[in-house]
Design a protein around this ligand. Structure first.
Ligand SMILES: Cc1cc2nc3c(=O)[nH]c(=O)nc-3n(C[C@H](O)[C@H](O)[C@H](O)COP(=O)(O)O)c2cc1C
Length: 237
């Protein structure tokens, strides 16, 4: 029997791409995915602050929660921060940390950095704080015995899923890391053992820029792929 998916030219169950194609051919799915990766941006200045549909937010968080994790520990939590007062308090701290970083700079770097916006905390619709709980699934986290950081890697994969899902939904995400962990712990009552990994600004945007902000402002440029792909041995060894 020919399934509806096969009928539309998609792969049959069991073939690579069968479950994700949804009627598109594997090539079309791949094209869409690569284009999504290229379209994803870190957003600071383009948030509109418009409301975000609960169902959309749920889909995005579901994508994050479907990330791979070491030993299936799923060590992430997502704290949704909408409260204006909390966001203002965090933004004040971020502004102070921005000044701390700016004081380390001089000359051209200082001038370039002074023009770069590093967060959209108040302009975005809400913030999602992603945390890492090393006790989740412990004591025997399968695959983490030799590499403690594997738990953190898992949280970063959840963040990347969230980022790409938001991009697919036409939304923007901005990662803010100009903060001290104890300050954020205190602000959101995060226990000592849990690490805040990211403060993400999320919401509708006017548009996504075609190039990273840091590139547009002359801070750094993206490396060509061939500069980071090596055969057999790490370069220079
Ligand atoms: C771990 C991490 C922390 C980041 N922290 C900040 C930040 O505090 N402020 C900011 O404006 N961008 C931050 N970014 C965004 C990067 O600057 C951005 O990803 C990079 O310049 C490439 O741009 P793109 O994401 O638009 O491709 C962070 C990104 C990562 C992955």
């Amino acid at each position: 029997m020919v399934s509806a998916q096969q009928d539309r030219g998609g792969p049959s169950a069991g073939e690579p791409g069968a479950d994700v194609a949804g009627g598109a051919s594997p090539g079309e799915v791949a094209d869409l995915f690569y284009s999504l990766c290229g379209r994803r941006r870190d957003v600071r200045g383009q948030f509109t602050g418009e409301p975000l549909d609960d169902a959309v937010l749920r889909r995005i968080l579901g994508a994050a929660h479907s990330a791979p994790s070491v030993g299936l520990s799923q060590p992430w939590d997502f704290v949704l921060v909408r409260d204006r007062g909390t966001r203002e308090a965090f933004r004040e701290h971020v502004a102070a940390e921005r000044d701390t970083f700016a004081r380390e700079l001089s000359g051209e770097a200082a001038a370039t950095f002074s023009k770069i916006k590093i967060e959209g905390i108040l302009e975005s619709t809400l913030s999602v704080v992603v945390t890492y709980d090393p006790d989740r699934g412990s004591p025997a986290v399968l695959g983490r015995h030799a590499i403690a950081d594997a738990g953190l890697y898992s949280v970063c994969l959840a963040i990347q899923n969230l980022w790409l899902a938001a991009t697919a939904e036409g939304l923007g995400v901005g990662w803010v890391s100009f903060y001290r962990e104890p300050v954020l712990r205190e602000l959101l009552s995060i226990p000592e053992r849990v690490r805040p990994v990211a403060w993400l600004c999320l919401g509708p945007v006017t548009h996504l820029e075609p190039a990273p902000d840091l590139e547009r402002h002359g801070w750094r440029t993206r490396l060509p792929l061939d500069a980071v792909v090596h055969a057999e041995r790490y370069p220079g060894s």
